[in-house]
Structure formats: C-alpha cells, structure tokens
Ligand binder design. Structure first.
Ligand SMILES: Cc1ncc(COP(=O)(O)O)c(C=O)c1O
Length: 404
C-alpha cells in the first residue's frame, strides 16, 4: 500500500537545473505547435542526414562488415588501434603531428569535450568559452561545478574573437581556452593572425586550448587546417568526429587528439583513466574511421558546394528583410542573423512567435550565451534550396509584421 510519504516525488539533483541545452530544449515548444496541427520546419539541429544528405556508402559498408565479422565485443577504452592510427596520420598529414597513443576515440566530439573538461577542470575552475558558444561547453562546466567565462566574438568584425576582452577574463583559476574554428553558431573561420594571437595568449597564461575542429573539412573554399599546424608544440587538444563532414551523426563516433607537448602527458593519462570508466565507444563504428580518413572523400566536395549555395541564398534573403542583418558564414551550415527587436522584446520572444506563427523553428541567441535583447538567432541552412526559399518567405512576412 502507498502512503502519502512513499508517493512523494523523487527529488532530482541541483546540477540538472544548471544544465541547459537550448538546441533541444526548444523542441518541446515545437511539439506543442505540431500537436496543434501545424507543420514545423526544424532548423534547430545541425544534422545533415536529417535533411537528406547521405552517409557515404563505403562507411556504411565498413560498419556492416565489422558487425558481420564479429566486432561486437568491447574494444580497448581509448579506441581500436586502426582508428587511432588513422586519426594520428590525418592530423600529422595536416601539420599537427600526434601519435596514436595520444588519440582517444570517443562517442562523438561531445564525449571528447566532456572527457577533456572532466580531466582538466576542478570544482570552481574557470574555462574561457566563446560567446556565442556551442552550448555543450557551458552545460558540461555547469555539471562539473566549474565556471564558463565568456569571451566575446564580435559580429562587427566577422565574428572574430575580441582579444582585448579575452585578456580581461583570466584569473588564477583559469584552466583552458575553448576555440571553435570553423565556428558554430556563427559560420566564421579564423584567419591565421587571429589564430596566432589565441595561441600566444594561451601560451602566456599557461592554458590548454580545446580546439573544436568538428567543421574543419567544411570550409566552403576547402578544408581548414587544424590550429595545431601553427604551433605543433602548443598545449592543444583537438576534437572532431564523423558527425558532420562524414555525414554520420547518429553513429556517435569521434576522436580527440592531444598534442605532443610533454606538458600534456598528465592530461593524456587522465583522459585514458576516465575513458576506462565507460569501457569503450561504439566498436563497429570505429571501423569506419580509417575508411573515412584514408578513403574516398569526394562526397565532401559536393557537400561543400551545396553548403556554399545554401549560405549564399540565406545571406541574400536575410539581408533583404528590413530590420535583419547577418554576417556571411564561410564554413559549416549555420548563420547567425540579428533582428532589430523593439524595446522590451527578447530573442526568445521573437523565436517563439516565429515558431507559433509560421512553424519555422530556430534557436535564440541567448541559448548560445548572447544577451537576449540583442536579437540574435541561429539558423541551420541544411534544407534544400527550394524549401529554404519557402522558409525565408515565411520569415520575411512574419518579421515585417513583428517589427511594424
Ligand atoms: C561546435 C560543435 N562541437 C561539437 C558538436 C558535437 O558533435 P558530435 O556529434 O561530434 O558529438 C557539435 C554539434 O553540433 C558542434 O557544433
């Protein structure tokens, strides 16, 4: 028999309240709109497969073969040797020499980020995170009882990091600098002088750089070199995955590569120790890594071309909307327009009103750490051109009314 006492709600941990991830949180709102009978166009998640881009068949074959060949056992916790060797060879070829022993295969870039932050940052530790940011960084830091200190990316300078602002944020508790390049949510690629300045800043303050390079192959004009190319001895940990440039986000397969600097030897050991606790990442999918990095990449040429065409349409259509401005992206599949909001309105008000009125779902800039009154939002422009064009018609009509 249940007494009133046993029926009490089971309490949840305080950390859950600190953990926010706007990209998925907004979906609950969209589902309400859908339940009311309206078609929703989901432009919130950067998943190319959801928009019809196909995983290259040779990668699917590699995974299927691995399963049929019986590779369904647990693997080594840092990854199977052939995958670690392929990742090390890829970075080394691109000018950032790493050895297979310093590569860890992870459940996407996401797990790499969580492992690295867990290995490096104590309770109360601080990490310099871009604003706008990819929200996983702040979510994981909140879970670790650590602090994200936001450094501004400047929309008036093509979303490049504001180095003067960055310099004001360092304290004795600062542990790491997150650099997302090519960037989500802005679509920016950093020029070498900016990259050198970030390296010099991290060096001066003894910080490790967490280089999120998951869009490295998706510069519209070709692959973007890893940050480590500019200084192979810098304290850099690079992250990437099969999710974006290899069109397999659902496989949850990625990697982290820890630079050769002996200053990072303890970090290598710490990451491996933590990785032991989750046994391994998905084993059959790891067999696709070598195929991806050493095999045919012609799909990327077509993908980059398609992305550039979508970016061009996006920019032209957004800039034609009165009250809307947008920095042109040069990589990946995101644009970060700004709507000149009436006083008192927030980015979330605009995004929710757009959703309810048109079914178009974007993510508000404050979900990426920006001030809500600045009126930024992120658009994922992976839909086919004709559908994007319809979406921008809807957005233009709605925005004209909203701002009038
Ligand atoms: C900047 C950035 N980092 C990491 C991730 C996570 O990717 P993965 O699927 O490799 O975990 C994403 C996904 O959108 C991203 O945009």
């Amino acid at each position: 028999m249940h007494t009133a006492k046993t029926l009490r709600t089971i309490p949840t941990a305080a950390r859950v309240h600190r953990f926010t991830y706007a990209i998925r949180n907004i979906v609950a709102e969209a589902q309400k709109v859908e339940a009311a009978g309206k078609r929703v166009r989901y432009l919130n998640i950067g998943d190319p497969v959801a928009f019809g881009f196909q995983t290259p068949p040779h990668l699917v074959d590699a995974v299927e073969r691995a399963m049929r060949d019986g590779h369904n056992n647990y693997g080594p916790s840092p990854g199977i040797p052939v995958a670690r060797e392929a990742v090390a060879a890829e970075y080394s070829k691109n000018g950032f020499p790493v050895t297979p022993e310093r590569v860890c295969i992870t459940a996407g870039t996401s797990e790499g980020i969580e492992l690295a932050l867990s290995a490096i940052v104590d309770d109360g530790g601080e990490v310099l995170v871009p604003m706008p940011t990819y929200p996983l960084y702040t979510a994981v830091l909140a879970k670790l009882s650590a602090r994200a200190k936001y450094y501004r990316l400047d929309p008036n300078r093509r979303w490049l990091p504001d180095l003067d602002h960055l310099k004001t944020l360092v304290t004795p508790d600062t542990r790491a600098l997150v650099v997302i390049d090519p960037n989500n949510p802005t679509g920016a690629v950093y020029p070498n002088d900016t990259r050198r300045a970030l390296l010099a800043f991290a060096e001066d303050h003894g910080l490790v750089i967490l280089a999120d390079e998951v869009y490295g192959d998706l510069g519209f004009d070709g692959p973007v070199a890893p940050l480590g190319l500019l200084d192979p001895d810098a304290a850099i940990i690079s992250f990437s995955s099969l999710s974006k440039a290899y069109l397999a986000p659902g496989w949850r397969t990625g990697w982290m590569a820890i630079g050769r600097s002996p200053r990072l030897d303890d970090v290598v050991a710490a990451v491996k120790k933590l990785a032991d606790g989750r046994l391994c990442s998905t084993v059959p999918m790891q067999y696709a890594i070598a195929e991806a990095l050493t095999g045919n990449r012609s799909h990327q040429i077509a993908f980059r071309r398609d992305l550039k065409a979508r970016a061009n349409l996006t920019i032209a259509r957004l800039r034609a909307m009165p009250g809307v401005t947008c920095v042109e992206p040069t990589a990946a599949f995101y644009a970060m327009p700004r709507v000149a909001l009436p006083p008192g309105r927030t980015d979330e008000d605009y995004v929710k009103a757009l959703l309810h009125s048109t079914g178009v779902l974007c993510v508000y800039g404050s979900g990426f750490g920006l001030p809500a009154e600045e009126g930024f939002l992120r658009i994922v422009f992976l839909a086919p051109l004709d559908e994007l064009s319809e979406i921008y018609d809807l957005m233009a009509g709605f925005t004209a009314e909203y701002l009038s």
